[in-house]
Ligand binder design. Structure first.
Ligand code: NOJ
Length: 747
């Protein structure tokens, strides 16, 4: 039943209550077990046909019994669909999304999403609440962990790769699920990095930075979207008609389903959008088709459909007929979504356990490859790669950790599946490194570093810090090289986990400083959920690798890199600040008038108290073991008209004796425009493998469309404009170390 007509016929047979029931989206909670006649909100809703979908089911058997019960309770036998937060893998947990983005490897990202889809589908899931494609430029915000980073172009590519990976050609195909682009929109722009806060930004920023990943996801065919908790420019997203019905549906042509976030409709009341009936009318009118958990649609819509609503205090007025039409609109979208999933033809589609989940061994292999691709080598003075027979000490709170390395939003992952770094090194080298973990030095108030095999936090080491430091220092002195495993606890990043100071927790900074005093070479590996300000760490390290919370095979992927089984190839998807007070931060920040060259140089835009020896690691940055040289770039023409394209060619050479994976990046800047523009912005990149000594000519095609930018006195009057004149073209290995050419667009 895939035609709109069939859906309309079904809709025509439904009562108002049945339609409202379809808009209700509930959490499974403990679920229901086969054959047990439980009595709770969920079962009452199932028995009376007042539920459209369930998320968070924990087993195939439980989902199947919920479907049976829903069909028994539904006069027209309308099935449920099942959803889950599958953010970076399902049972097989891959590196965090921010880490995967650092691979800049779209085929790999697509493969991880496809694997997650196959695992999720085998457990009866039809929709995943991913990809999360919020641009994040403030590392204080804990949800940076789930995001593809700071750049709209890279995030758009990730949105496409993940949507394709989840959905394949058809969401009803075996092993595929519907993607849900979230959180619509500008959740990453919330004030001061505080979670759930509101965002106020120029429409140009919204259009040019925060919306493009959603446009890309829609173009890739994403079947659903989730609204964000925040307001954008004074209007909460759960009642933001101009952005949902206006931009998302009218401008991008999105025809799928829009779900609320968890109690997002009810939260409109606290946003000051009116009491429950008004909030519900506003949400439905804005285009929120399903109400997650709050049940406010269920409670309020019957009366609204009977009487309409008139609330002059917030200028909201809908007749009963208008509300009925809005209910029909939302219900039609829910039914179409179910039809597209194949559920109206076969309510047990996906609930039979066939096809079976892909093999866990294949998942671990992919997770290991992804972890190696996601880690970013920031410094190497030659100490890496390590010899397998080197006398290595492993020191630091994350050296034997399992649970923290899963990272946030790994709802179906198991800590016991993580092979910790000490064991990964032992497996690779044939001997266990000498260790000193100092289990309570993640941070005084975060005593969660060391976990047992079940992921349960064990008692922290109660010894005084001085004693643990002395142990670590003695071990370092007796070793040839030290691997220092530091970072954040899982709970320090993720939802509702903003940090005031996004840097390495103080006790770990003290540990690194003490180890640096020993003179033994330090290889520092950071396992974290956000871009951390590195402070003095790079100066103390002989090698520094930012490995993120990287999933069940994360430490194995890192061990592969440290011992040269694999080549480091990750590139930062977000700038690492020098100091925490620098945030929010992006390579694309706009130029200002100062420092004015010469005379006014003392009027700096930076910070008086930022030490000169601290450095940012820019967006796009990352090292390999082999040096790669960029030759002089050339343009096929220095002038071009709208509609024409220009080729940029640059030769890159692997000057080392190891293979290299290089990611040449192409940026533009627009020195004269109608509005201020980003200092530079990414428009394309490639990823190439180079054998030792190999030279390769890289070609980029530049066209005028890449230089379009939004001008938006208001959302409704927004235009993407193109101007003739000069653009600067920058090519290089990261957003900072580029070579520049000039190109003129002719009118
Ligand atoms: C709230 C989160 O914001 C969202 O990302 C998630 O999908 C829902 N809860 C459901 O778990």
């Amino acid at each position: 039943m895939n035609t709109p007509d069939a859906v309309d016929r079904l809709l025509g047979r439904m009562t108002l209550d049945e339609k409202i029931g379809q808009l209700n989206l509930l959490a499974a909670g403990e679920g229901i077990a086969t054959g047990i006649a439980g009595d709770n909100t969920l079962t009452r809703r199932l028995d009376t046909g007042r539920i459209g979908a369930i998320f968070g089911t924990k087993s195939l058997a439980s989902a199947r019994s919920m479907q049976e019960r829903a069909l028994a309770g539904s006069r027209l036998k309308i099935p449920l669909f099942f959803a889950e937060d599958v953010i970076h893998g399902h049972r097989t947990v891959f590196p965090l999304p921010i880490a995967l983005a650092c691979s800049w490897n779209m085929a790999l990202i697509e493969e991880t999403a496809a694997f997650a889809a196959a695992e999720a589908a085998a457990e009866g899931l039809h929709q995943v609440y991913a990809p999360m494609i919020d641009i994040a430029r403030d590392p204080r915000w804990g949800r940076v962990a789930e995001s593809p980073g700071e750049d709209p172009y890279l995030a758009s590519r990730v949105a496409v790769a993940m949507t394709r990976g989840f959905q394949g050609a058809q969401i009803s195909a075996p092993g595929r699920v519907a993607a849900c682009l979230k959180h619509f929109v500008a959740y990453g722009a919330t004030a001061s990095g505080r979670d759930y806060d509101n965002a106020s930004l120029a429409w140009e920023d919204l259009l040019g930075t925060y919306l493009p990943p959603f446009a890309a996801g829609v173009r890739a065919g994403a079947a659903s979207v989730m609204a964000a908790f925040n307001a954008v420019n004074k209007l909460p997203m759960h009642c933001n008609e101009p952005l949902i019905e206006g931009w998302l549906r009218s401008r991008t042509g999105f025809e799928g389903l829009v779900v609320s976030d968890y109690t997002g409709v009810r939260e409109l009341i606290d946003h000051g959008m009116g009491p429950a009936p008004v909030a519900v009318a506003r949400a439905l009118h804005a285009g929120i088709d399903m109400d997650m958990v709050g049940e406010d649609y269920l409670a309020e819509l019957p009366a609204l459909a009977a009487r309409g609503i008139d609330a002059p205090d917030c200028a909201v007025s809908f007749s009963a007929g208008e509300i009925v039409a809005l209910i029909d609109r939302a219900c039609r979208r829910v039914l179409r979504f179910k039809a597209d999933l194949g559920l109206l033809d076969d309510p047990f589609r996906g609930l039979t356990g066939r096809p079976a989940a892909p093999s866990p061994a294949a998942g671990r292999k992919l997770a290991r490859k992804a972890a190696a691709a996601a880690a970013v080598l920031l410094k190497n003075n030659g100490v890496l790669p390590l010899r397998r027979n080197a006398q290595v000490a492993l020191i630091g709170p994350l050296g034997a950790d399992r649970a923290n390395l899963l990272g946030t939003w790994s709802v179906s992952g198991r800590a016991e599946d993580v092979v910790p770094l000490d064991q990964a090194i032992a497996a690779l080298t044939g001997h266990m490194p000498a260790t000193a973990f100092g289990s309570n030095i993640v941070e005084e108030q975060w005593l969660v570093a060391r976990t047992n095999v079940h992921g349960v936090t064990v008692e922290p080491d109660e010894r005084p810090e001085a004693e643990m430091l002395a142990e670590a220092v003695a071990l370092a002195r007796a070793s040839e090289v030290v691997i220092v495993a530091v970072g954040e606890a899982k709970e320090q990043a993720g939802e509702s986990s903003s940090r005031l100071s996004p840097d390495l927790p103080a006790p770990q900074r003290r540990l690194v400083a003490a180890l640096a005093e020993t003179g033994t070479p330090l290889v520092i590996v950071v396992f974290a959920g956000r871009p951390l300000a590195m402070g003095h760490i790079p100066n103390q390290a002989d090698a520094l690798m930012f490995a993120w919370h990287n999933g069940i095979a994360g430490p194995e992927g890192v061990a592969d890199l440290l011992f040269g089984v694999d080549e480091p190839s990750g590139r930062l998807a977000a700038t690492l600040p020098a100091a925490p007070g620098e945030v929010p931060l992006s390579y694309a920040e706009e130029p200002t008038g100062r420092p004015f060259p010469g005379h006014f140089a003392k009027f700096r835009t930076g910070w008086l108290d930022l030490a000169d020896d601290l450095q940012r690691f820019p967006f796009g940055f990352g090292l390999g073991y082999a040096p790669v040289r960029y030759g002089p770039p050339r343009l096929s023409a220095t002038k071009a008209r709208l509609g024409e394209s220009v080729r940029l060619t640059v030769e890159i050479t692997n000057e080392g004796d190891r293979p290299a994976v290089e990611t040449p990046q192409l940026y533009l800047s627009d020195p004269v425009a109608r509005t201020t523009r980003p200092g530079r912005f990414l428009v394309d990149f490639q990823q190439v493998s180079l054998a030792p000594g190999e030279t390769r000519a890289i070609e980029f095609v530049i066209d005028a469309e890449m230089a379009r930018y939004p001008v938006a006195p208001s959302l409704e009057t927004a235009e993407w404009v193109w101007d003739p004149g000069l653009v600067r073209v920058h090519v290089g290995p990261n957003s900072r170390d580029t070579q520049m050419l000039e190109l003129t667009w002719q009118a």
